[in-house]
Write a protein that binds this ligand. Sequence first.
Ligand SMILES: [Zn+2]
Length: 259
Amino acid sequence: MKSRILNKYQQVLDRVEAAVNPPAGLIPLGTLDQGNIRYPLVKVTLGMGNAKRVLISAGIHGDEPAGVEALCAFLERKLYAPFLHKWEMHILPCINPTGYEIGTRENHAGEDLNRQFKLDRPNVEVACVQSVFETGPFDLDLELHEDVDSPGYYLYQKDLSPTLSDLGRRILDAVEPVMPLDGSEEIEDMPADRGLLARLKPPDEMEWWPMALYAYKMQCRHMFTMETSCQFPMKQRVEAHLKAVETALSEFPGKPETV
Ligand SMILES: [Zn+2]
């Protein structure tokens, strides 16, 4: 496995640790033991005690590194500062360390972590994420992904009453100057409107759950799964995700849908 390592998870940990001040904001969630290597799984919390709670995560798919990069930059550049008195931020910088290291969607055991959230006995990585949801309901769940096939940025707005009718659109409008949107009429077999896919499948109808459905089960009502296009350079993908996160945090809750 060693010769195939593309990214070092330890470097992510070092960057996050150096960026978080005070260090008490870095919280261990568990450890993934893989051969001789131990991977500590961590979260960062900022703005503890604020009324609104957001979970921001990346790297659940190991071959989508721009999300991990974006969350490191979010901490290093202190882009969270404008939100420190408004949001309690829980940040998972890299959910799938082994996949991140070898550059695969799945983890070292070939498991797609974003299909594991309905299992009675999920693996360590997913159990660590689930433990974060047990700290209390989140108002907002932002999941950073990437897509190798898409020609531009898009997102899934999965939300329930009160529907944030325009927040997804506002995020995409803010991202567009940084990265073109995927203008396809269908993305992943779902109807799309200039990069916006708005649909939440009923959890009971699904055999497996992605993290967003688990978030819903744990009382979160506004989930955004956001995808850069891997066809653009890393720097641009990072900036696109950062713009999306900042817009979501600053413009939440958006204009509620009027009936
Ligand atoms: Zn993904």
